[in-house]
Structure formats: C-alpha cells, structure tokens
Design a protein around this ligand. Structure first.
Ligand code: UT7
Length: 324
C-alpha cells in the first residue's frame, strides 16, 4: 500500500466587484479589443477597500470545507500560496487558521508568485506522504490589485484578485497511476530571470510594498517553452504523456500561452479548464480557482487525470499531476 494525498474538496471565492476591460479605456491608452485579443481577459474582480488576502482565503477555505463535508477540527494544517500577504508577517495561513477557529495544527505561507500553488501542493504532498499531517488545507489567495501601477497599461489590465482552496487528505493507494491523489510533481526556478517579472519594493530594500514590473513579451516566450517542458517532465516521471491527461488546469495568465502549451502537448482546448476571461491573472490563486470552477461546472470528476502547470516571477515554474 502507498500513502497518497487525495483531493477531498475544492472551493473558491471571488470579490464582488467585476471590472470589465472597458473600464480601463477611461483612464489608459488601451482598448477592450487589445486586452481581449492579446491576453484573452474580458473582466477581472478587484477586492473591496479593506478586503484583504486573508479575507479571500478564508472564504475559499470555508467553501472547500463545505464541499468536502468537513469542519476545521478535521484539518491538521493550513498552507497559503501568496505574494500579496495582508502584512509582512505573520503569515496569511495563521490568520486563516485563527479565523477558522483552529487552535491546533500549523499554518505557513509559500511564496513562489504565480507558481505558488504548484509549490504549495508539492509541499503539502510531502508533508502528507511523510506522515507529518493527515489532512491539509492548501489555498492560493491574492490581491494583486494592490501592487498595480495604474499608469502602466502593459501590466495593470492583466491581473485580478481571488482565492481558491483544496483539501488534501491521506488515503491508501496501490502505488499505481490508477490511485487517486497527487501522483508526481516537478519544480524549477532560475533567478537569472529576475528582471522579467518582479515587484520594485520590499521590506529590506525600499521599505515599501512596491509595484509589479514585467517584460511581457520575453516572458511570454519563456512561458510556453518552460510550461510544456515541466508538464512533460512531471508526466514522464510516472510513465505518462500528454494524451493520458483528461484535464489541463493551467495557470491563467494569457489564453495564448494556455493554447500554445496545450498544442505543444498534443491536447485539444476542450480538455483545458479556462477561466482567464473572467478572472484575469490571479497569480497563485488562478489554479485552485480554475480547479474549483471546473468541479462546480461538473467537468472535473473523481478519477480524472489532471495536470496543472504554472510559471511566474523568479522565474519559478512547475507542474503537478494528480488523479482527482
Ligand atoms: O503570471 C506570470 C506569467 N505572466 C505571463 O506569462 C505574461 C506573459 N506575457 C503576456 O501575456 C503578453 O506578453 C502580454 C499580454 C503582456 C503582451 O502581449 P504581447 O503580444 O507580448 O504584446 P507586446 O508586449 O509585444 O506589446 C505589443 C504592443 C506594444 O506597442 P508597440 O511597441 O508595438 O508600439 C505595447 O506598447 O502593445 C502595446 N501595449 C498595449 N496596447 C494597448 C501594451 N499594453 C497595451 C495595452 N493596450 N494595455
């Protein structure tokens, strides 16, 4: 028997305020048509004033618990992937832990920008496989609207706010690819690319939160190549390849990156969960948001082979293969 970290529930939360592309036409030299054709984004959500990343994370966590039919007492720990925490410290995870009424277990944040949820899932899987925990809440939550330069049309039209959560629980499998749960993962980073996507402030440099800066076009070219390679590596580790996948749930940065990666892997777009049109790029929240939407719409079902991949600042990138 092989211990596996199995997905027991998924949930998400989106702030109420929907911002269509047309809203940017009022203040920037941009058009709905440019944003839609270059990125696939039609609208995004922005958190209300005073609504923080931990508020979004908490609501996603509650939704995942409800979907799983579990209560906070059933959870051993909380991992939050985020680059936009409420405060420099303590972690968003400990805030969620407290707001869920948990006085047991542990919580910590993972920061790998848009690849954060892949890193968090891989960490949670390791904690479960080594017996450190039996059941974990793994959340991706962001308020990227707080680090936008609203005068920079090349970035501020692309990002949004939101949160998604999965519950991973230990179950016994046979040790084969037929098992439910996380089957493999692949993590990468290369700090030489740091100028391609970064925030120009921080605690020990400027003492400010800073604003997001991105070289979109060079990053676009890196993204398709690196996402395809990490996805194929994660699949190859367990003797699988593109056609074995039922669903790709990619990081939702740009529809053209999503299409390019699916094409290179030989998968048609009707096997890809796409939410970028409604959410924009929500960084570490984008994958769990898309997973939760895919489940709620009845597309992702127990037993499906799901591949997730993401790339972001660092550069950091990676992929996870799981049987739902
Ligand atoms: O989540 C982390 C990972 N993120 C990504 O992977 C994002 C990767 N990059 C992208 O998604 C795309 O590169 C963008 C959507 C950011 C841009 O698309 P692009 O096809 O690479 O366009 P570009 O950067 O080459 O810009 C084309 C033109 C430029 O004008 P010139 O120099 O050709 O005259 C830009 O100034 O589009 C201009 N432009 C805009 N025009 C209207 C840039 N932003 C805008 C805008 N509205 N909002």
């Amino acid at each position: 028997m092989t211990r596996r970290a199995v997905i027991e529930g998924a949930g998400h939360y989106l702030p109420d305020r929907i911002v269509p592309n047309s809203e940017f036409e009022k203040t920037l030299d941009t058009t709905d048509e440019w944003i839609r054709t270059r990125s696939g984004i039609e609208r995004r959500r922005f958190a209300a004033e005073g609504q923080t990343t931990s508020d979004l994370a908490l609501r996603a966590a509650r939704a995942a618990l409800e979907q799983a039919g579990l209560v906070p007492e059933d959870i051993d720990g909380v991992i939050v992937a985020t680059s936009t925490p409420d405060l420099t410290f303590p972690s968003v995870a400990t805030m969620v832990q407290k707001d869920l009424g948990m006085t047991h277990g542990f919580g910590f944040d993972v920061q790998a920008v848009c690849a954060g949820f892949i890193y968090a899932l891989t960490t949670a899987n390791a904690l479960i496989l080594t017996g450190q925990a039996n059941r974990l809440l793994v959340i991706g939550a962001e308020t990227f609207s707080r680090i936008m330069d609203w005068t920079d049309r090349s970035t501020c039209v692309l990002f949004g706010d939101g949160a998604g959560a999965l519950i991973l629980g230990a179950q016994d499998g046979e040790g084969s690819n037929a098992d439910r749960g996380i089957l493999s993962s692949d993590l990468n980073s290369d700090g030489r690319y740091r100028d391609m996507l970064y925030v120009d402030g921080g605690v020990s440099s400027t003492g400010t939160a800073g604003k997001l800066r991105m070289q979109g076009n060079p990053l676009f070219r890196q993204a398709v190549e690196k996402l395809t390679s990490t996805a194929e590596t994660a699949l190859a580790k367990i003797g699988l390849s593109g056609p074995d996948v039922d669903w790709i749930v990619p990081h939702q940065a740009n529809i053209r990156i999503i299409q390019g990666t699916a094409k290179k892997m030989g998968l048609p777009m009707d096997r890809v969960i796409v939410t970028v049109q409604d959410h924009g790029n929500t960084s570490a929240a984008s994958i769990p948001l898309a997973m939760s939407v895919g489940v709620a719409e009845g597309r992702i079902k127990p037993g499906d082979l799901v591949l997730s991949e993401a790339i972001g600042g660092g550069l950091a990138w990676g992929a996870v293969v799981m049987r739902w």
